[in-house]
Design a protein around this ligand. Structure first.
Ligand code: PEP
Ligand code: MG
Length: 907
């Protein structure tokens, strides 16, 4: 039996021959970073050699109890390490010419900054002298060693990074310098000793007995131990909190594991002829076709993203003495990568003594605006097809553009400006820590997370906040990259903002403005503005590249897209967004506000036919107006109107409030008549109470119990349609009966409706086509869909109620009760009220199949929340629905998602 291969090499051997074993299609084995390093090496780009330990090895590590290397891995690593040493002619830990490596994570899906990295591995008290011997650069060698101790101790030994940063800050202060690279070799050597003391103090001998020497913890000198401990730490980082949070947010499966890349170190901190940077082949914020990124001379990779020093734009590289040639070569690399990947790539690079090295590439994350522009531009440049362009834009990400923006016609007092790192506007109260953001959001508040710069530990706060504001860091800083990935507005690098997180406040320099936890601010990630107070926001529009992509999507989609809308305004908005009809008008929303009294009169007059009819007559006139408005707005398009659905008690006053009122009035000595009336009302309301109202007298059951109620609604729909028809318009109402479980319910209600429709048509002389169908929201309706289909022109799957009734979960309670625990304990993979559950999908499928059997022309749609969710739309496509219906703002998302489902199927 062939042994499982767990390690793959990449790069050239000593004679310049490419010995790479992987390629870009192996990301589920080598992780994204490993697969792309292999690909770059195969393309002949300058990649420092190394090897990748597979994602499967990581999962095997977790399969052991306690977690441990799988058998044979250590030996395989030894073979590849020896090979790397041979390729480089250097040895790990050598006292004269040491090989130094980086140990980096890299999972199949990019999880920027979520997992761990160790750089400069292979340094110890002896090999640092070898590094000096080789480079003649004491500053560089001692700086590399102090960085290694700091990183290894944080990642492997769990020492707080701040302790080292504080020691570094104190040293700089003592020497009267600002920047790390102004410290002398002697300072750095002293820092190494201080850092080792920190390790002795901070690391518990009990937790790391193997590190104890002379009664205290010593920084590990054995380079092999350094290597294996770092690899294990990277494996472990797959399951740290921020990685788990990120995966949950991005719906990345937990069982993929991370690969570990061990790669020869190249140094960007060898003086002014060296640099390190990150870049994108196009602008990831707005999509402009330009090389984009930042670099720092004489620095290591983490310095760029950590925002420790302010970076220079990548266009400057070619003007930097000693870096000109590398700058020109980098342009060539950008062009080659875009040609090879046919997409915007992001890269990490290092220039060591004028020589360019590529450390990473991947398909770059981008804002929704950039995704649209890049996709459209690449079609126009002849690089990709329209179909590919559609597949490039993530429908969920479009949500970013469907959020409000600052109203450009209004004036705002911009108190500070920063970088426009991630578009969209956000308004909220300031909070100064991730935990505070999470707490406030859990309490239903909207907040802006204000930080000097974010780190991966802030992820939960970034998820919770409406937007992110930082005082430091560039457009490739952690805050910017992560916010763009999440589609959250972000303004970063507002250097006028002097933040004191401990005191929970920030001062806007040069002003007397102090932001505290009581201050509401607005940020605009499109312009980089910070505004005091609540700014006026405007609604989004579908135009430009957005409109182009959606027009292309319409060419390929086979499913219709409708909107759920209950008013003429919403109907018009959804039409602007491209809805091809209304899939659900919830008529109960028309009985609120000043109409509530009338429906209450109807309900409370039960048993008094005359009084009930008076109330219904009033409602009839109002409903005719409602339908006139909606049908006119959707002229020529279908409008599915659902007859009254909720339990009637939802229109009545709360019995608890009423009881309190009666009590108060009794104490205040109210009149006997007033008290008697209120008590009668209370007993009536009480008599209507049900133990399970959502399973009670609601939906079509109301129509069976109160035929005159549904009769009034059918009459209003038909009158409005006839009126418009007579005006030469083209109204297309579809009457939908909710919550049917038995054929007879629909049969009876349909027959009654048809009588009224015929009556109104005869009265008016108009003859609009009006179809009658039902919602499928109950398991019985789905399994008996063949019989029900015989009397229905259409089915609309109400997947909100269907999810509730298939699972037996209360849709109104689960999210605040046990769903979070169910998700955390992996009882459920996701919230089934957001994304269609596979079990519920099976029920929908049964309903469709049986409905079509009864009536091959039956129209099948969905109007539950799932109709606007791209993942659910894929499932509906596979089931074979004719259309999806969702809230107006999700119509563009659904247009793209339905096209993608059709294209994926074609592929
Ligand atoms: C449904 O149940 O899916 C539905 C659309 O109806 P409502 O959400 O109004 O119950
Ligand atoms: Mg429902």
């Amino acid at each position: 039996m062939a042994e499982t291969k767990r390690v793959y090499g990449f790069g050239k051997d000593a004679s310049g021959v490419n010995t790479t074993e992987g390629n870009k299609d192996m990301k589920f084995i080598l992780g994204g970073k490993g697969a792309n390093l292999a690909e770059m090496a195969n393309m002949g780009l300058p990649v420092p050699p190394g090897y990748t330990i597979t994602c499967q090895a990581c999962m095997e590590y977790y399969d052991k109890d306690p977690a441990a290397y799988p058998e044979g891995l250590e030996e395989e690593i030894a073979v590849y390490t020896a090979d790397l040493e041979k390729k480089m002619g250097k040895k790990l830990g050598d006292v004269h010419d040491p090989l130094l490596v980086s140990v980096r994570s890299g999972s199949p899906f990019s999880m920027p900054g979520m997992m761990d990295t160790v750089l400069n591995l292979g340094l110890n008290d002896e090999s640092v002298l070898g590094l000096i011997e080789q480079t003649g650069d004491e500053c560089f060698a001692w700086d590399s060693y102090r960085r290694f101790i700091q990183m290894f101790s944080k990642v492997v030994l769990d020492v707080e990074g701040d302790v080292f940063e504080n020691a570094l800050t104190l040293k700089k202060r003592a020497r009267g310098v600002e920047n790390d690279n102004e410290l002398l070799a002697t300072d750095l050597k002293e820092l190494v000793d201080e850092f080792k003391d920190i390790v002795a103090k901070e690391v518990s001998a009990k937790d790391y007995p193997e590190l104890v020497a002379d009664g205290k913890v010593a920084f590990p000198q054995d380079v092999n131990r350094q290597l294996h401990q770092s690899i294990e730490a990277v494996f472990r980082s797959w399951n740290n909190r921020r990685a788990r949070d990120y995966r949950a947010m991005e719906k990345i499966p937990d069982d993929l594991g991370t690969a570990v890349n061990i790669q020869v170190m190249v140094f960007g901190n060898k003086g002014d002829g060296s640099a390190t940077g990150v870049g994108f082949t196009r602008n990831p914020a707005d999509g402009t076709n330009e090389y984009y990124g930042d670099y720092l001379t004489n620095a290591q990779g983490e310095d760029v993203v950590s925002g420790i020093r302010n970076t220079d734009p990548i266009a400057e590289l070619k003007n930097e003495p000693g870096l000109e040639a590398a700058g020109i070569e980098l342009d060539n690399v950008f062009a080659k990568l875009e040609d090879a990947y046919k997409d915007m790539c992001d890269i990490e690079f290092t220039i060591e003594n004028g020589v360019l090295w590529m450390l990473q590439t991947r398909i770059g994350k981008r804002t929704a605006n950039a995704a649209l522009k890049i996709a459209v531009d690449m079609v126009n440049e002849g690089k990709i097809t329209k179909e590919e362009a559609i597949m490039r834009v993530n429908p969920t990400q479009l949500d970013q553009l469907l959020h409000p923006q600052f109203d450009p016609d209004k004036k705002y007092e911009v108190i500070a400006k920063g970088l426009n790192a991630s578009p969209g506007a956000a308004v909220g109260r300031c909070v100064f820590s991730a935990d505070a953001a999470e707490e406030a959001t859990a309490a239903g508040e909207k907040v802006i997370l204000v930080r000097w710069e974010t780190t991966p530990d802030d992820l939960h706060g970034m998820i919770a906040a409406q937007g992110i504001l930082t005082s430091h860091g560039g457009k490739t800083s952690h805050a910017a990259v992560v916010a763009r990935g999440m589609g959250k507005p972000c303004v970063c690098g507002v250097d006028k903002l002097k933040i004191d997180a401990a005191a929970k406040q920030a001062v806007v320099a040069g002003t007397d403005i102090v932001l505290t936890e009581d201050t509401v601010i607005s940020i605009d990630g499109t312009t980089g503005s910070l505004v005091l107070g609540k700014a006026d926001l405007i609604e989004p529009e579908v135009s430009g590249d957005f409109g182009t992509i959606l027009d292309w999507a319409d060419e390929f989609r086979t499913m219709g897209v409708r909107a759920n809308a209950d008013s003429p305004e919403d109907a018009l908005l959804s039409r602007e967004f491209g809805a091809e009809g209304i899939g659900l008008t919830r008529t109960e929303h028309m009985f609120l506000g000043d109409r509530k009294d009338i429906i209450q009169d109807f309900i409370l007059a039960i048993g008094d036919k005359e009084a009930q009819q008076t109330a219904l007559n009033k409602l009839l006139d109002i409903q005719v107006q409602d339908f006139l408005g909606i049908f006119a707005a959707m002229d020529g398009l279908p409008v599915t109107v659902r007859l009254l659905d909720p339990p009637l008690h939802e229109f009545l006053d709360s019995p608890r409030d009423l009881a309190v009122e009666i009590c108060k009035e009794e104490c205040d000595g109210a009149s006997v008549e007033s008290l008697a009336a209120k008590k009668k009302l209370l007993s009536l309301i009480d008599s209507m109470a049900e133990m399970n109202p959502m399973l009670g007298l609601r939906g079509c059951r109301l129509g069976i119990m109160f035929p005159e109620l549904y009769g009034m609604q059918v009459r209003a729909i038909t009158r409005a349609a006839c009126e418009l028809k007579k005006q030469g318009k083209d109204p297309r109402p579809e009457i939908m009966i909710p919550l049917v479980s038995a054929k007879a319910e629909l049969e009876i209600l349909r027959a009654e409706a048809e009588v009224i429709i015929a009556e109104v048509k005869a009265e008016t002389g108009a003859d609009p086509a009006i179809s009658i169908g039902t919602m499928i929201e109950l398991p019985r309706a789905a399994v008996c869909a063949k019989e029900i289909g015989e009397v229905a022109d259409f089915f609309s799957f109400g997947t909100n109620d269907l999810t509730q009734t298939v699972f037996g979960f209360s849709r109104d309670d689960i999210e605040s009760k046990f769903l979070p625990t169910y998700l955390e304990r992996k009882v459920l993979p996701y919230n089934p009220f957001e994304t269609l559950d596979d079990g519920v999908a099976k029920v929908v499928k049964i309903g469709c199949k049986k409905g079509r059997k009864a009536n091959p022309d039956i129209k099948l749609g969905v109007c539950g929340e799932h109709g606007g969710d791209p993942e659910s739309i894929d499932k509906f496509y596979k089931i074979g629905l004719n259309y999806v219906s969702c809230s107006p703002y999700r119509v563009p998302i659904a247009r793209l998602a339905t096209a993608r489902a059709a294209l994926a199927d074609k592929k």
